[in-house]
Design a protein around this ligand. Structure first.
Ligand code: SF4
Length: 273
């Protein structure tokens, strides 16, 4: 089987940076490093990090000692305040692109705009940004009409451009003044563009990455629109031989939180089909 990979595949800048920081902390402290929720949305990588002493916890208020890590998607304002108040050692791995969303949202709020975050209201990044606005923001996942004087818009970093444009277009009708920050991160945008381009040149596409990863599921969604023969897999175990009938060329892409090793294993197996 002929396999073609997108150029940008595997960990993005933000994930690489975060993994490096937690591994350094685990090494220096001999373990006892707690992340609030999984540091990235890739179950295999999270398991690997557990072996090194990096443990995800759901409830930060239960952490009594050790080092607490603010994960790449950011944490809630009240969680940060609590950690700072305990004097626990804290490491902030929040991706700078996520912080940019927060910065623009806060500035818009200060300037009197009703802040709209376009994204998934259940995603930790959106919950984090919202908390820094004291939960006084509106989260939109689909085109919705709002009637307001001044509206300021930011996007979740891993949003797809088409959804962002559709939602912004709908807002124009009911708003007197609209200020928009396209805060989709460059890495997300480049990956989506490359994957869309490749999907037109192959018989089938494979998107490798966590099923709980926002950027992977969005990547799958945009690629599937162009190439109906697209599958989202987490590991090589998810591959099904019947997918490869009448297929000569397979395109391979991965989300920002997908380890290179997993991609390499998938590539090797597919080549042998
Ligand atoms: S996908 Fe973008 S925003 Fe998310 S961690 Fe990577 S670089 Fe940062």
């Amino acid at each position: 089987m002929n396999v073609v990979k997108t150029k940008n595949i595997g960990f993005c800048f933000g994930v690489k940076r975060a993994i490096k920081m937690v591994l350094k902390a685990a090494e220096e402290t001999g373990g006892k490093v707690f992340t609030i929720g999984p540091i990235i949305h890739n179950p295999q990588m999270v398991e690997l990090l557990k072996e090194k002493g990096v443990i995800p916890v759901d409830d930060v208020y239960q952490v009594r000692d050790g080092t607490v890590v603010f994960r790449t998607h950011g944490i809630k304002k009240e969680e940060e305040e609590y950690i700072r108040s305990t004097g626990l050692k804290a490491i902030d791995t929040t991706c700078p692109f996520v912080k940019r969303v927060r910065k623009h949202a806060k500035n818009l709020e200060k300037s009197g705009y009703q802040v709209v975050i376009v994204g998934d209201r259940n995603h930790p990044e959106v919950k984090s940004v919202l908390s820094y606005l004291n939960n006084d923001g509106i989260v939109l996942q689909e085109p919705t009409t709002l009637t307001a004087k001044k509206v300021g818009v930011v996007s979740q970093t891993t949003l797809d451009k088409d959804t962002f444009v559709e939602i912004v277009k709908e807002l124009i009708a009911g708003v007197e003044e609209l200020r928009i920050y396209n805060t989709i991160c460059e890495s997300t945008q480049i990956r989506q563009n490359e994957a869309i381009e490749l999907s037109g040149e192959v018989d089938m596409m494979l998107v490798v990455g966590g099923k709980n990863s926002s950027n992977c599921t969005k990547l799958y969604k945009v690629v599937h629109k162009v190439q109906p023969k697209t599958h989202h897999i987490e590991t090589v175990e998810d591959l099904r031989p019947e997918w490869f009938e009448n297929v000569a060329r397979v395109g391979l892409t991965g989300g920002a939180s997908t380890p290179d090793l997993i991609i390499d294993i998938v590539e090797g197996r597919v080549k042998n089909f």
